[in-house]
Design a binder for this molecule. Sequence first.
Ligand SMILES: Nc1ncnc2c1ncn2[C@@H]1O[C@H](COP(=O)(O)OP(=O)(O)OP(=O)(O)O)[C@@H](O)[C@H]1O
Length: 249
Amino acid sequence: MPLIEAKQLGIEFPVAPPNARSFRHLAIKAASRVGGRVSKSEGSFQFVQALDDISFTLKQGDRLGLFGHNGAGKTTLIRVLAGIYEPTRGSLRVVGRNVPMFDIGLGMDEEASGYENIRTRGLILGLSPEEIEERVPEIVEFAELGDYLELPIRTYSSGMLLRLVFSIAASIHGDIILMDEWIAVGDAQFRKKTHDRLQEITLRSGIVVLASHDHGLLRDTCNLGLYLEGGRVRAFGAIEDVMKELATD
Ligand SMILES: Nc1ncnc2c1ncn2[C@@H]1O[C@H](COP(=O)(O)OP(=O)(O)OP(=O)(O)O)[C@@H](O)[C@H]1O
């Protein structure tokens, strides 16, 4: 059974300011609601506290929406959950097969066709060549890109690329789906399809974590919400309660 358990999780990034002027800019930024806190200096380094004291547990069937202003820590949290960043404080337990759906162009070859990219991305996501071949018809049907799949993906619009990447990832049957903002580039019809597919995935076995500035999308997709402010938890709980907290801003 998939599980994500974060306990007092924190991460800070060392930043070497290129010059005194940009250093002042960082200090000004720290006083606003945008971004993490610029917390302390050690020699010529400053540290950006991107996440601080984050605790939550997600179980099978949970769909967590991440809310927060620019720089609140949403992307950083998704990357920590994906194992890309190691937390510098606290602990994280992730049980289950993790399918990242962010960094949309990562592992995609601009010059290769849609079909070729299905195969390479499938390999990157851990499928065997046989498993990929079995899934190709399902991916093609879901993406609805028709003859475009024969063309290099540099000819795709961002929404078309999203269709391809989502269709590949959704066919993997992972336990944990991690998605960043980019889903918003899909058109209304594809959003409805992705929403239905996400419901299906979570009903089947999964956990979904989705970061977005589109509150309607989060409300429609998620049962839980986590509202981050300056890298800290401002609210966590049932999606409607978190949205009430947002409304007080
Ligand atoms: N590699 C890094 N080095 C230094 N600071 C970083 C790094 N990655 C993120 N940060 C900082 O961590 C904080 C959180 O950034 P993050 O990208 O997680 O925010 P976000 O909530 O996803 O923002 P947005 O809504 O704008 O995408 C910001 O203050 C950002 O400047």
